[in-house]
Design a binder for this molecule. Structure first.
Ligand code: MG
Ligand code: ZN
Length: 374
């Protein structure tokens, strides 16, 4: 008798399960295989230990857990097994292994077209959002071409050469207070940009008007660390996605969002800095995923350029209190996780070169992968 009841219950459960699967099938079938929009999110210096620390100190929960596909990339540079952020980002932006310090140029210092520049040519809307200066290696590698990474003023001058729709980050001084007396902010205004320089407190009140391209400065030099009160990344990420969806409503958009300072916490060997930046970056990931879930045509990729610090969580740790250690104040050669959600996300499972992330994005955009070096 009991058995009959159990089997009947089991049958009902199975039937309900099947019905749910069947009723959700039509929506799966209509999901486009190719994305209209791609959002690449880079947590600079974010290795598995950084993610682990962020997860356990956030009540054992991160938005990163919402991604259905996860892979690993090989982060090494052309000239060094341990990459820097310039070569690491140039692998994503241009699809080439290059030397450490190279911004959008190949191993012979020849400029290579970036995915952002190509997207602009193809009529897509484009954007860069960062919690460092916008001229720093990671964002710069998507729009600048420079043989040496730390030339911030030269990098700033490259922003006027591409019709980027939106950029948000620090480093206003590199545009306005320059040794060559050019005022790139004025040049951007003349080109039709809205240029805003609301700092810190006001950023969440900022209205992004999609009728004109926008340059939005969050600091004169480096933005603050999250633990010192910087709090714009999640809000600005949500607004940037809405802004670009409007400007790219016909052909789509490409957006790179960087959580820049996970790396800085690693260089400083400060676990609290890393954890605060991880929580900040993960909130931004949540905003972007909320958009992508509703939109259905947006591919979201989250990865890092490299791990920083040789960061480890040791015996004696609890979820609330981590016992951490570092092996270096520089980067390491670890394989780096890649998380993907949306049309084309399944292409990102497996183990592959960092340059393959570029190739996959180019193919999914239908641009072809002509820069692929592998
Ligand atoms: Mg960076
Ligand atoms: Zn670094």
């Amino acid at each position: 008798m009991n058995r009959i009841i159990i089997f009947t219950l089991l049958g009902c459960l199975l039937w309900t399960g099947c019905e749910n699967a069947m009723s959700s099938n039509p929506s799966v079938d209509t999901t486009p295989q190719k994305p209209k929009n791609i959002i690449l999110m880079v947590g600079d210096g974010m290795g598995v230990s950084q993610i682990t620390a962020g997860l356990y100190t956030n009540n054992n929960q991160l938005n990163l857990e919402r991604f259905p596909y996860i892979g690993l990339h090989k982060s090494y540079a052309y000239d060094d097994l341990v990459t820097d952020s310039a070569a690491g980002a140039t692998a994503f932006s241009c699809g080439i292994k290059t030397y450490n310090g190279a911004i959008g140029v190949d191993k012979d210092t020849i400029p290579v077209e970036t995915i952002l520049e190509r997207a602009e040519k193809e009529g897509l809307a484009t954007g860069l959002v960062s919690t460092s200066t916008i001229t720093h290696a990671t964002p710069a590698s998507f729009i600048c071409h420079n043989k040496i990474r730390k030339q911030h003023e030269e990098n700033a001058a490259d922003f006027i050469k591409t019709d980027i729709d939106l950029f948000v980050g620090g480093g206003k001084n590199y545009f306005d207070l320059r040794e060559d007396d050019r005022n790139i902010s004025m040049e951007l205004k003349k080109k039709g940009y809205n240029v805003s320089d609301f700092f810190q407190e006001e950023t969440n009140d900022l209205v992004m008007d999609p009728s004109a391209p926008l340059a939005f400065f969050t600091a004169n030099t480096d933005p603050l660390a999250a633990q010192d009160g910087r709090d714009y990344l999640a809000g600005i990420s949500g607004k940037s996605v809405a802004f670009l969806a409007e400007r790219g409503k016909e052909k789509g958009f490409f957006l790179m969002i960087e959580g820049s300072q996970i790396d800085w916490g690693g260089h400083a060997n400060q676990s609290d800095w890393i954890v605060a930046e991880m929580h900040d970056f993960d909130k931004a990931i949540g905003q972007v995923l909320d958009f992508a879930e509703k939109d259905g045509e947006t591919l979201v990729i989250v990865t890092a350029d490299h791990e920083t610090g040789g960061y480890a969580i040791n015996k004696g740790s609890t979820m609330d209190s981590l016992e951490t250690a570092f092996t270096t104040d520089y980067h390491t050669a670890d394989l780096i996780p890649v998380f993907a959600y949306g049309p084309g996300a399944e292409d990102f499972s497996g183990i592959y070169e960092n340059t393959a992330i570029h190739a996959k994005m180019m193919e999914l955009f239908g641009f072809g992968a002509k820069n692929e070096s592998e």
